[in-house]
Design a binder for this molecule. Structure first.
Ligand SMILES: C[S@@+](CC[C@H](N)C(=O)[O-])C[C@H]1O[C@@H](n2cnc3c(N)ncnc32)[C@H](O)[C@@H]1O
Length: 197
């Protein structure tokens, strides 16, 4: 988790919508927004989507704002947040922006509008949880799943807190995916995985 995500925007020159979402996060005392570096990656990836983008874990809408900034006109975005207050405030913040839907509930709601061109997992959605859902099957063949907030890999297999990082290993070795880790900052990396045709 990028605990300092919200604070990373202090003094940064970012799109107005991103600033509005960061301000909401500050107001609500929410520290776990996606970092600026991750946001720029999301904008770039969103620009490749042609139909629908999904996000689990809306938070205060910072990543969602970056996705909106990158998407092409007409591409829909659905984002899911289990915290009712956050979901409601983000819904209001994005109320005038077309083709954005913020749902309140568990991440598994994301299955209802699958398949996606791009699926950002930032609050629920894992290969090692007990949901029985493989999130990689929620994107089209050729679609992309993004998982952020990793510490950059320094050894194989990846290790976290002294033990093999089973989640990261599962993404990087998933037979249905072509996956890699992108270091977006010296201390922050993201897994970007494309579903094999
Ligand atoms: C890291 S923050 C999300 C940051 C946000 N995506 C951004 O870019 O600023 C994680 C969010 O996921 C939500 N969350 C955690 N588990 C969830 C679940 N199972 N279903 C839906 N939302 C969840 C948390 O309430 C929190 O708001």
């Amino acid at each position: 988790m990028s605990i300092s995500g919200t604070q990373s925007y202090a003094g940064a020159d970012v799109p107005e919508l991103v600033t509005a979402a960061v301000n909401l996060a500050v107001e609500l005392g929410f520290t776990s927004s996606c970092r600026l570096e991750q946001g720029r990656l999301l904008t770039a990836l969103a620009s490749g989507a042609t139909n629908v983008i999904g996000e689990t874990g809306t938070g205060c809408g910072v990543g969602l704002a970056w996705l909106v900034c990158g998407r092409r006109p007409g591409v829909r975005i659905v984002s899911i947040e289990r915290d009712a207050e956050r979901a409601d405030r983000v819904r209001r913040l994005f109320a005038d922006i077309p083709d954005v839907e913020v749902l309140t509930g568990d991440w598994t709601l994301v299955t209802e509008q699958a398949p996606y061109d791009l699926l950002v997992l930032d609050g629920g959605g894992s290969l090692t949880d007990d949901s029985g859902i493989d999130p990689s099957l929620l994107v089209h063949p050729g679609g992309t799943v993004v998982n952020d907030d990793f510490t950059p890999i320094t050894q194989w297999p990846p290790v976290h807190d002294g033990a093999v990082d089973a989640e990261r290993l599962a993404w990087l070795t998933h037979p249905g995916l072509l996956a890699t880790e992108i270091r977006v900052a010296p201390d922050l990396s993201t897994i970007v995985a494309t579903r094999r045709p």
